[in-house]
Ligand binder design. Structure first.
Ligand code: NIG
Ligand code: FE
Length: 402
C-alpha cells in the first residue's frame, strides 16, 4: 500500500481535545497527516512531515475525520414519497407507514435489498460518511430480520437488530406473543449478524416492559444496547436506556428534566469518553421530514450530555444520507455551534458506537478523512446544500474526487 501524506491542509480537525487550538475540535493549522497501512501514522506541522510514497494535496481545504453516522435504516424496499407529500400537506407522522415498508421489504429479493443498501452506503460515502450503522426492522419475521442483518453485515460492522420496530399486522392485538418471538427465535437468528439491539420504545410501538425484556435478552446474547426513545412524545425510553447502560438513546425530542439529568449523570468526562456514557443522538433529518419541533440540543449540551448527530436515513421519517445536511440543520435549527455540530457528527457518533478508532485523527486511528472544498469546518453549515466534500479517504484509500 505504501505511505501517503496529506498536506497543504487549510485547517485540520483532529477531535483530539487540548491539542492544536485547545478546543474540543483540536484544530491545527499548517498541519500534515501521514497514513500507513490504513491508519493515521503521524500528525504534525507540515514542515516536519516525514517523507511518503504518495501525496494528497488538500489545496488549502479543511480536513476532518470522516462522518460517523450512528443511526440509519438502510435495508428496505420501496419508498414513501406519497406519505411525505401528504405530510407536507398537513398529515401528522405517526410511524404507521413502517408497515408499508415491511410489506415491500418482505416481497423483495435479496438482490434488491442488497442493491439499495449499496446505493445508500455509496451515496453516504460520497458525502463524507466513512462509518455507518444500519438496522434491521422492516422484515419482522425470523427469516426477514436475519437476512436484513446478513445483508447489512456485508457493508458495515455496526449492525443493529430492530425486530421490535413495530408489532407486525399478523400479531395485531397480540404484542406479548410478538415480543416472545423477538426474544426467542428472532434474536437467535439475528444475533450472529448483529452488534447491537434496539427497540422503538414509543406509544403505539413498544412500552417500557416490552423494551426492557427485549433489550435484556439482547444484552445476555452479547449485543450492546441502543434505543429509539422519546421521539413522538414523552416516555420512559431515555431513562430505561440509562438504566441498562445503553451506548445511545436516539431522537430525544421530548425530554423531561429527569431525562436530561439521567443522561448527564452518565457523562463523567466528555473528552475521554468513558464506556459508561449514554449518548443522546439527535436526528434532525426526522424533524425536518416530519415537520416536527426539533430536539432542544442546547438544553442537553448545557447540562453536559454527550450529543451525537446522525441521519436516521430511512424511507419514512428521514430519507437523507447526508451528514452535512444534518450538521447544517443542527446549527440553524437547534442552535448548536458549528464546532459542536461537527464534533457531534464525527467524535459524537463514534462515542454513540463506543468506538475510539474513528471520529478522530491521531496516530493509530483509522485513516478515514474528508477533504473539503472550503477552508474551514464552518462552511459545512455556512454553505448548506453545497457539495463541499472534495475527497474522501476510507482506510487510507482515496474514494472519489471531483
Ligand atoms: O427512526 N421511529 C422509528 N423508526 C424510524 C422511522 C421508520 C419509518 O417511518 O419507516 C425513525 O424515525
Ligand atoms: Fe430510526
Amino acid at each position: 500500500m505504501g505511505s501517503l501524506l496529506v498536506d497543504d491542509i487549510g485547517e485540520l480537525v483532529t477531535n483530539v481535545a487540548g491539542t492544536g487550538d485547545g478546543s474540543p475540535l483540536g484544530l491545527r493549522r499548517d498541519a500534515a497527516v501521514l497514513i500507513e497501512d490504513g491508519r493515521v501514522a503521524w500528525v504534525g506541522p507540515a514542515r516536519y512531515a516525514p517523507a511518503a510514497d504518495r501525496r494528497v494535496d488538500a489545496r488549502g481545504g479543511a480536513v476532518l475525520p470522516g462522518f460517523v453516522d450512528s443511526h440509519a435504516h438502510l435495508v428496505f424496499a420501496g419508498d414513501r414519497a406519497a406519505e411525505f407529500a401528504a405530510r407536507m400537506a398537513g398529515e401528522p407522522y405517526t410511524g404507521g407507514g413502517i408497515r408499508t415498508t415491511v410489506g415491500a421489504t418482505r416481497a423483495a429479493s435479496d438482490g434488491q435489498l442488497r442493491a439499495t443498501v449499496h446505493r445508500l452506503v455509496g451515496e453516504a460515502l460520497r458525502q463524507g460518511t466513512t462509518t455507518i450503522e444500519t438496522k434491521s426492522g422492516y422484515g419482522l419475521t425470523v427469516a426477514d430480520e436475519a437476512r436484513s442483518l446478513r445483508i447489512a453485515a456485508e457493508v458495515t460492522a455496526e449492525t443493529t437488530f430492530l425486530g421490535a420496530h413495530v408489532v407486525p399486522a399478523e400479531y395485531a392485538g397480540r404484542p406479548d406473543d410478538y415480543v416472545g418471538l423477538v426474544c426467542g427465535p428472532m434474536l437467535a437468528a439475528a444475533a450472529p449478524y448483529a452488534r447491537w439491539v434496539d427497540v422503538f420504545c414509543e406509544r403505539g410501538a413498544f412500552d417500557a416492559d416490552h423494551a426492557r425484556a427485549i433489550l435484556t435478552v439482547g444484552q445476555a446474547a452479547g449485543l450492546g444496547v441502543r434505543l429509539h426513545a422519546n421521539q413522538l412524545g414523552p416516555g420512559p425510553g431515555v431513562q430505561l436506556g440509562v438504566e441498562l447502560g445503553a451506548a445511545s438513546v436516539d431522537h430525544c425530542t421530548h425530554l423531561s428534566d429527569a431525562d436530561v439529568d439521567a443522561l448527564a449523570s452518565t457523562t463523567m468526562d466528555r473528552v475521554s469518553g468513558p464506556a459508561t456514557t449514554t449518548v443522546a443522538t439527535l436526528l434532525p433529518g426526522a424533524e425536518f421530514s416530519t415537520r416536527s419541533p426539533y430536539p432542544d440540543a442546547r438544553r442537553l449540551l448545557d447540562a453536559g450530555v454527550t450529543v451525537a448527530l446522525a441521519t436516521d436515513c430511512n424511507p419514512g421519517s428521514s430519507y437523507t444520507s447526508s451528514m452535512p445536511f444534518c450538521v447544517a440543520l443542527a446549527v440553524r435549527e437547534m442552535r448548536m455551534t458549528p464546532a459542536e455540530a461537527v464534533w457531534a457528527a464525527t467524535a459524537g457518533g463514534a462515542r454513540a458506537l463506543r468506538r475510539d478508532d474513528v471520529g478522530v485523527l491521531r496516530p493509530g486511528a483509522r485513516a478515514d478523512l474528508i477533504v473539503l472544498d472550503a477552508p474551514s469546518h464552518l462552511h459545512l453549515a455556512y454553505r448548506p446544500g453545497v457539495p463541499l466534500i472534495r475527497q474522501v479517504l476510507h482506510n487510507g484509500v482515496p474514494q472519489c474526487r471531483s
